[in-house]
Design a binder for this molecule. Structure first.
Ligand code: CA
Length: 229
């Protein structure tokens, strides 16, 4: 599914060129010729990105930006004239993500749209990586770097935490010692591969009901380790 771009522009020729280039770039496009139309559309469907002209009749671009920001985190790129510098700054402060000064090259606008969407995807992926992981009674929260079992806090060292979080984030995926050394210890060559074994053993003592017969941190013989949810 390609992303939906909403173009809010009262000048038909500009709206047309922008839509054309966005469609050519593989985006879906919806156009609105003023703030009212944009709001009405927005109430029905939130686009993936909004390109809006700062100088609009009736509801101006700044008010529309504020209105959109109150309702969503939708990325906004403003189209501004060179003389509207003060408004441009106000727009950025109000939460617009980027701006393009008129007259602009439509190809440049396409690049900006792609850049903003890419950045957003990266941010979403990063937020996803920060999410707490829960498997049964075990909860791991990367934001506070805390681990608990049945609500009872478990104290782990920094590396023990990193190993457990990596494994628990990808349950049943087998990691070799070399992969763990690479990911957690940055592949430092002077680290003894036995370090991983030691960390796994200590983790088992802390999180396994019976460390001698682990049910969470399993050894895959001849390969490495995995987390069993
Ligand atoms: Ca205008």
């Amino acid at each position: 599914m390609s992303e939906l771009i909403m173009v809010v522009e009262d000048e038909p020729s500009i709206a047309e060129v922008v839509s054309l280039y966005m469609k050519r770039a593989g985006f879906q496009v919806v156009t609105a010729k003023d703030g009212g139309e944009a709001m009405a559309y927005f109430e029905k469907q939130i686009p993936d990105l909004v390109i809006l002209d700062l100088m609009l009749p009736e509801i101006d671009g700044l008010s529309l930006t504020r209105w959109l920001r109150d309702r969503s985190e939708v990325p906004i790129i403003m189209l501004t004239a060179r003389r509207e510098e003060i408004d441009r700054i106000a727009g950025l402060e109000m939460g617009a993500d980027d701006y393009v000064v008129k007259p602009f090259s439509p190809q440049e606008l396409v690049s900006r749209v792609r850049a903003v969407l890419r950045r957003l995807k990266r941010e979403l992926a990063a937020a996803e990586n920060e999410r707490p992981v829960t498997h049964g009674s075990l909860t791991i929260d990367p934001r506070s770097r805390s681990v608990s079992i049945d609500g009872k806090a478990i104290l782990l060292t920094a590396k023990e935490f990193d190993v457990l979080y990596l494994l628990a984030l990808h349950p049943r995926q087998v990691y070799t010692r070399e992969q763990l050394l690479e990911r957690i210890w940055g592949g430092a060559e002077y680290i003894d591969p036995g370090t991983v074994t030691v960390h796994i053993r200590r983790l088992r003592e802390k999180i396994e009901p019976d460390p001698a017969t682990p049910s969470r941190l399993l050894t895959v013989w001849g390969v490495g380790y995995k987390f069993e949810p």
